[in-house]
Structure formats: structure tokens, C-alpha cells
Ligand binder design. Structure first.
Ligand code: ADE
Ligand code: ZN
Length: 333
């Protein structure tokens, strides 16, 4: 099974690039930028990664991101992620970035997007990993700030496929950003949103109806609402589920208690992703392996999860055909 999971071609659809910044690289970048961190060692950073909920994680994650200042920093972080997931046989990745946590510190939008994008191009050339970039708005910040960020993004439309919503969910419903999402859609961008992670099923309805999302990030709280589950099944709306993240942030107490297998069996379009692998104890391969072991997923379940991800990705018809063909080859293993 270990071998099967490693060989399974994968697409990752829910990955915050700032959440892939490993403590070792955080320290290296801090040193060269003379950036201050409230930790004395990598071990101290790792010891701080004990979270009681989403907010307790967000505080530390935003702090870690303050070391990122130059284009090279964003490049190095993204390249490290790509090199790591190449080992997990990731063939396609759709990466979130969150410019507001950088621009508010005086780092320009161009610096952020150009560093990340240059690494993605190198990843395509040297690692054969295709990719898309999705801009996430900070949902505790105002809709006006999100709109200003969108205006900056429009100058980089060649590099960005869509927009999403991240950060503190409860109290910041998708409805707050309906106007921003409308503008993004008018500009030809696709939309996604974190919804139903800590927030209620109602936020998933709003993301679908007001933000016209193509996918729901997390979405596990849909199980509280039977009608919503029926709709998600009927429309085959992809849910980018992040099992290790959900346990680390106490959405579920244990992986054994995670409803992923139940959701898959119900016919929901579930995918497996890592969210913030440097903070939650595992990249996508580890999320697959740990979830398989905890829930007894079969090879057919694993193929289905990866097929769902290929079908849910924002690629061309030709690219999707190519990815699905690779998966079919594995049917003989
Ligand atoms: N930003 C990074 N990870 C996140 C998560 N799991 N939920 C909301 N915002 C995030
Ligand atoms: Zn996330």
C-alpha cells in the first residue's frame, strides 16, 4: 500500500505556499534578511506548533511569513515545496498565496507573485509539475482591502487563475466578499473559498450562491446539513479536504474520527490535500498514507480521490486527459 500511494499520480488543490515554509528555511531566510523571530532555534519553532483551533495557528503562520521580504525568498519557499512534493509524485498543484499579509508589511505585490511564479515555471521545466496560482483574500480584513488587492492582481492576470478566501472563517462569511468575487468573475477569474472548516454549513451555501465557487476548500461541515450534502453530490462540487490539518486544528479529535471515507462513500467529490504541510506534520503523500491507515481506504478509494482531484483541477481538457491517462496506467498495479 505504501508503494501504491507513492506511485499514485497526484494533484494538490489546497496548499498555502506560506504554509509550506519549513522552520529550517524560515531561519535561513530570517538570517539573510536580518528579520527578527521570537524563537532561538528550529526546535523552538517546532515546539510552538501546538494549536487549539484555527486562530491559534493563524497567529503563528502570519508571524513565520514575516521573514519573507525579497523575490528570492518567495522563490526559495516555492521551489522547496515543489522539490518536496515531486517525491510524492505530485504532477499538478494549485497553490494559494496571500498577498495581503505581505503588502501590509511593505513588500510589493509584484515581489510576491513574481518570486512564486518563477519557481512554478522552473518546476514545470525541471520537475514536470504543472501548476496554477490562486490568490486568497484575508477574510478578517475588509472587502475594500480585498478589492484593492484584486486590482493589483489584475495586472498579473497571466499568472493567476482564480481567487479564494482564507484566514479567520467564523464571523467573516463569504457574503462579505460577494462584490469582490463578482468583479473577479467578470474579469474571467475562477473562484474558490474556504468554507465549512470551523464555520457553519451556511457559509458553504453562501460560497456556492453568492461567490459562485468552482470548489469548496475544506467543506467538512456540510455534513451538518442534509440538503446541502444532496446539492454537493448532485453538482459534484469538489471539496478540497485536508485530513492532517483538520486534526491539528481540532476540527476532528483524531484521524480515525475523520468523515472522509464516509463522504467519499456518500458520493461527494472529495480530494485529499495538505493545507499547510510545514505546520501540520505532513505533505500530500503523508496525508494520503495516514488517512488510508486510519480509515482503511482501499486502492479503489485512493484512485477515486486522485481522479476527483484531476477532474476538479483548473487545467485544459488536454491536460486533464493526460493526467487521467497516467492514473489509468496504475489500474494494472
Ligand atoms: N490559511 C492557511 N491555512 C488555513 C486554513 N486551514 N483555514 C483558513 N485559512 C488558512
Ligand atoms: Zn487552507
Amino acid at each position: 500500500m505504501k508503494e501504491f500511494i507513492r506511485n499514485l499520480p497526484k494533484a494538490e488543490l489546497h496548499l498555502h505556499i506560506e504554509g509550506s515554509l519549513e522552520p529550517e528555511l524560515m531561519f535561513t531566510i530570517a538570517k539573510r534578511n536580518d528579520a527578527l523571530l521570537p524563537y532561538n532555534s528550529v526546535e523552538e519553532v517546532k515546539a510552538a506548533y501546538q494549536f487549539s483551533n484555527l486562530q491559534s495557528f493563524l497567529d503563528i503562520y502570519h508571524l513565520g511569513a514575516t521573514v519573507l521580504q525579497k523575490e528570492q525568498d518567495f522563490f526559495d519557499m516555492t521551489w522547496a515545496y515543489l522539490e518536496r512534493v515531486a517525491k510524492d509524485n505530485v504532477i499538478h498543484t494549485e497553490i494559494f498565496f496571500v498577498p495581503q499579509i505581505h503588502t501590509r508589511r511593505g513588500v510589493s505585490f509584484d515581489t510576491v507573485v513574481n518570486g512564486i511564479y518563477r519557481a512554478l515555471q522552473k518546476g514545470h521545466l525541471l520537475l514536470d509539475i504543472s501548476s496554477k496560482l490562486i490568490l486568497c483574500f484575508v477574510r478578517e480584513d475588509s472587502a475594500e482591502e480585498a478589492m484593492q488587492t484584486l486590482q493589483q492582481a489584475l495586472e498579473h492576470k497571466d499568472k493567476i487563475i482564480g481567487v479564494g478566501l482564507e484566514s479567520a472563517e467564523v464571523g467573516n462569511p463569504p457574503s462579505k466578499f460577494a462584490g469582490v468575487f463578482e468583479k473577479a468573475l467578470e474579469e474571467g477569474l475562477l473562484t474558490v473559498a474556504h468554507a465549512g472548516e470551523e464555520g457553519p454549513a451556511e457559509y458553504i451555501w453562501q460560497a456556492l450562491d453568492l461567490c459562485k465557487v468552482s470548489r469548496i476548500d475544506h467543506g467538512v461541515r456540510c455534513l451538518d446539513d442534509e440538503k446541502l450534502v444532496q446539492r454537493l453530490i448532485e453538482e459534484q462540487t469538489p471539496l478540497t479536504v485536508c485530513p492532517l490539518s483538520n486534526v491539528k486544528l481540532k476540527v476532528f479529535n483524531t484521524l480515525a474520527a475523520h468523515p472522509l471515507k464516509k463522504m467519499l462513500d456518500m458520493g461527494l467529490c472529495v480530494t485529499i490535500n495538505s493545507d499547510d504541510p510545514a505546520y501540520f506534520g505532513g505533505y500530500i503523500g503523508e496525508n494520503f498514507a495516514a488517512t488510508q491507515a486510519a480509515l482503511g481506504l482501499t486502492k479503489e478509494d485512493l484512485r477515486k480521490l486522485t481522479r476527483n482531484a484531476f477532474n476538479a483541477s483548473f487545467v485544459s481538457h488536454e491536460e486533464r486527459k493526460h493526467m487521467l491517462k497516467l492514473l489509468d496506467k496504475l489500474a494494472f498495479c
